[in-house]
Write a protein that binds this ligand. Structure first.
Ligand code: SAH
Length: 339
């Protein structure tokens, strides 16, 4: 039997039998499944990798050898490793308009996801924030309209209602709209509001998750947010209003007692009040802390100090937004590279 060529073949909805599984069978099955195929692996003897794939419902397993009857039961039969699997079919250009809420990561083009890049490559219009990885927009063709709606801290910004209207109007005109955000759209990104606005207007909307600065900034500073024996979790909170501000609904005292690593976004201006509140609520003043400014982009740096000194250090070092502060014993866990 000759092996089918998969080039140009859409596997969505097809049944595929993979026989003679080799050492890369997991990759083959994952690729087939992500192309929309329903996969069965034919095994002559038991195989722990295939059993794991079956346990995770990625593939069914049949035992035995390849027979004409078996071949007749599947749309496609291939020997493992015989052909590469095509990537998902591109969306046809006459598809109706849609809005894709794309999380762009903390600002470095390398931290965009593959799906984010694909969405950008297909976009007719990109509505972008200033903390998004704006550099990638330079690669878009001249026919793509780029609209900047960035919020400069305490400066000019486009009202959210105007942004919502921009998204809806362009999608209704049949255009593919990417709403490009820094980090993840659903982490302090107002992605929920934009989703609701699209849904209420009957506009198709989907989300591409992004690498949040809440995760990226600590990681790039060599701080694991969890570490066995130190903490069993972390909490991500906004510090945009101080704890004693009537608009604050964060229970800082509970966080101080939680044993969790704290990750504070938008907290530079309020850091003094936040750290004081945490210490007053019983958190040890010598808890390690770090503030990471401009994670993943030019000027990245980290300022480290004890909890009772981090606000002063951050201020004296001239740290400005965007910055993330991490509080907890994990801050001191990893040896700094080069020391
Ligand atoms: N949706 C974003 C957060 C938006 S709120 C995300 O998931 O990352 C804006 C805050 O994010 C900033 O005030 C800062 O606290 C943090 N931030 C965003 N980009 C950052 C970066 N490159 N370095 C450090 N902090 C960043």
């Amino acid at each position: 039997m000759s092996e089918p060529s998969l080039a140009g073949l859409s596997l969505a909805g097809r049944t595929v039998l993979v026989h003679s599984p080799g050492p890369r069978v997991a990759e083959t099955v994952h690729a087939l499944v992500s192309s929309g195929a329903t996969v069965t692996v034919l095994l002559a003897a038991s195989d722990p990798i295939v059993s794991d794939l079956a346990d995770r419902r990625l593939a069914a397993v049949v035992h035995g050898s390849l027979t004409a009857q078996l071949i007749g039961e599947y749309d496609v039969v291939l020997r493992d490793g015989a052909a590469s699997v095509p990537s998902p079919a591109p969306v046809p250009s006459d598809a109706p308009g849609e809005v894709v809420l794309v999380g762009g990561g903390p600002g470095a083009p390398g931290l965009l996801t593959v799906d984010a890049v694909r969405a950008l490559e297909r976009a007719d219009v990109v509505v972008t924030d200033r903390l998004a990885p704006v550099a990638v927009l330079d690669r878009l063709g001249p026919e793509v309209e780029v609209i900047h709606v960035g919020k400069i801290p305490r400066g000019e910004s486009t009202p959210q209602e105007t942004i919502n209207r921009l998204l809806v109007e362009h999608a209704r005109a049949g255009l593919r709209v990417v709403r490009l955000k820094g980090g993840d759209s659903f982490v302090f990104g107002r992605g929920g509001e934009e989703w609701i606005a699209c849904a209420q207007a009957g506009v198709s909307v989907r989300v591409v998750p992004g690498v949040s600065s809440a995760l990226a900034a600590p990681a790039l500073a060599g701080i694991p947010l969890t570490h066995r024996s130190l903490t069993q979790g972390f909490a991500v909170v906004s510090g945009h209003v101080a704890p004693d501000d009537p608009r604050s609904d964060v229970d800082w005292a509970a966080l101080a007692r939680s044993g969790l690593t704290l990750v504070i976004l938008m907290g530079i201006a309020t850091l003094e009040a936040i750290t004081r509140t945490l210490i007053d609520a019983g958190m040890s003043p010598d808890t390690p802390a770090a503030t990471i400014e401009n994670a993943a982009v030019t000027g990245q740096r980290a300022v480290r100090a004890r909890l009772d000194a981090i606000a002063k250090s951050t201020q004296s070092e001239g740290v400005r937004a965007p910055a993330v502060t991490v509080v907890g014993p994990v801050v001191d866990t990893l040896p700094e590279v080069g020391k």
